[in-house]
Write a protein that binds this ligand. Sequence first.
Ligand SMILES: O=C(O)CCC(=O)C(=O)O
Ligand SMILES: [Fe+2]
Length: 252
Amino acid sequence: MHPVAGHIGVRVDTPLGDVLTSPDLADQVLAATYEHHVVIFPAANPSPSEHLAFAELFGEPIPPEGQNPRHPDHDLVTVFDSDGGYRADRWHSDVTFRSEVPGIGILCMRTLPAVGGDTMFSNCTYAYEQLSGGMKKLLDKRRAWHETAVDATAEHPVVIAHPVTGEPALFVNHIFTRRIMNLPEAESAAILPFLLAHIARPEFTYRHQWQLGDIVMWDNWSTQHYALFDYTERRTVDRVTLRGQPLEPHRL
Ligand SMILES: O=C(O)CCC(=O)C(=O)O
Ligand SMILES: [Fe+2]
């Protein structure tokens, strides 16, 4: 495994087919996902069935949210197509507007613009670690309200304890988090933008420049991502998302 940035991400050169047939390798990939937050298989180029089979090594794929288009042959594969107006160019974790937050996301690059269309990932465990003791104290026991345009809502701790590693992670994001509920509104309005800017600090991130067929797998509890919209040609990615669970607070 080769680190791709100082604080997040590893590249794996083992062929995806080997992982599909070796439970030991699959265990190592899952452990790497929790340790390094993002795992990349360059130009793996799986068929949609292989993409799904790879995801099933690590958990239970869940159907796309109602508003998202599905693969014509595979109900559990979401297709994000720039021609359909799809963009995700703000920092977020996926589906935080549900109380059960998906644990892992696995993307495959299918149609690549000649330039642009990178995706950035940020390590929200490291981002939390880098806050001052005073700020950590202020965030202790805080809860935040998450919402989508289509009116799905959920409440989560501002700092979660990762369900597998137990590590703390900052868990507020630009797309879905509306406010910190148990702070006066003016204080929430001051603190939340700071936290969102903090998570986006370049030192906490890895920027993936895609090749066709790349697989990128991320821990959706400890990271956020941002798909740059800086291209004009068509871009499509397939995503499989794994079932998660409600998130518990980190305790100082
Ligand atoms: O298009 C991308 O690179 C990432 C899109 C995204 O936000 C996602 O797949 O969850
Ligand atoms: Fe996303």
